[in-house]
Design a binder for this molecule. Sequence first.
Ligand code: NDP
Length: 250
Amino acid sequence: MSERDVFRLLLGAWFVLSAIVFVVLRFIAAPYGRHARPGWGPTLPARLGWMLMEAPSPLLILGCLLRFGGTPGAWALGSLWLVHYANRAALQPLRAPAGARPIPVLVCAMAVGFNLVNGWLNGRSLTGLGPAYAPAWWTTPTVWLGLLLWAAGWGVNLHADAVLRRLRLQGGGYRVPEGGLYRFVSCPNYFGEILEWVGFAVAAGSPAAWSFAVWTFANLAPRAVTHHRWYVATFPGYPAGRRALVPWLW
Ligand code: NDP
């Protein structure tokens, strides 16, 4: 079986698995953060856990670009990935409050597995097994639309995470976040993250990139619903018009 055959088979299975994960997460909240609970085995400190979980995919993207070479378009897309993960795998864990809740080893292991497959699929998609990203790629309007969506999503995600970080640093446990897109939804960080990877997929125009967008939705949409219910149950007077994930809609 050639590498291309493995790539195609894995990609198909990957889409199927994302649908299964979406259904499972509608019933079982991933046991970390405020939804941590006993019975999920040993844990790791949050900082170490986040670094371990998030490092594999940017390393694989960079490794593929260096090993197999990429056009300027592929490098540009890979750079978006690296910029995002420099924050997620390094800055965010380093800035996490010292007392952040530990993460179950099981959750870390599943995230590492996810990021290995995701990093390899997208790394190889950018470097020979996906679109060619020839020089004319830059001139396509959908590419610029995708880049715009990516940037907007990244900005929303960074801002929303910064609001939560400030609340955490004030101490006193969980509070109702305010400002920015928190006026409309309980989880703008998840909304921004989904928008970011949808934008990346629009720009990249590859099934591998769409698989990541679909997986991000499958992971974060159920968690946004669970967070939202938790906010409503925990804080009497929680803003009634605030939705879970998508302003005015959901
Ligand atoms: P959360 O919103 O659950 O928590 C983010 C941080 O803020 C945690 O430190 C949390 O503390 C703290 N926090 C959350 N709500 C409050 C509050 N109301 N008051 C005070 N502190 C609060 O996000 P996640 O931890 O699930 O995710 C972190 C980032 O990683 C997000 O940007 C998300 O988009 C991204 N991510 C991406 C995934 C993907 O599939 N692409 C998958 C998972 C995450 P505590 O941990 O104690 O609850």
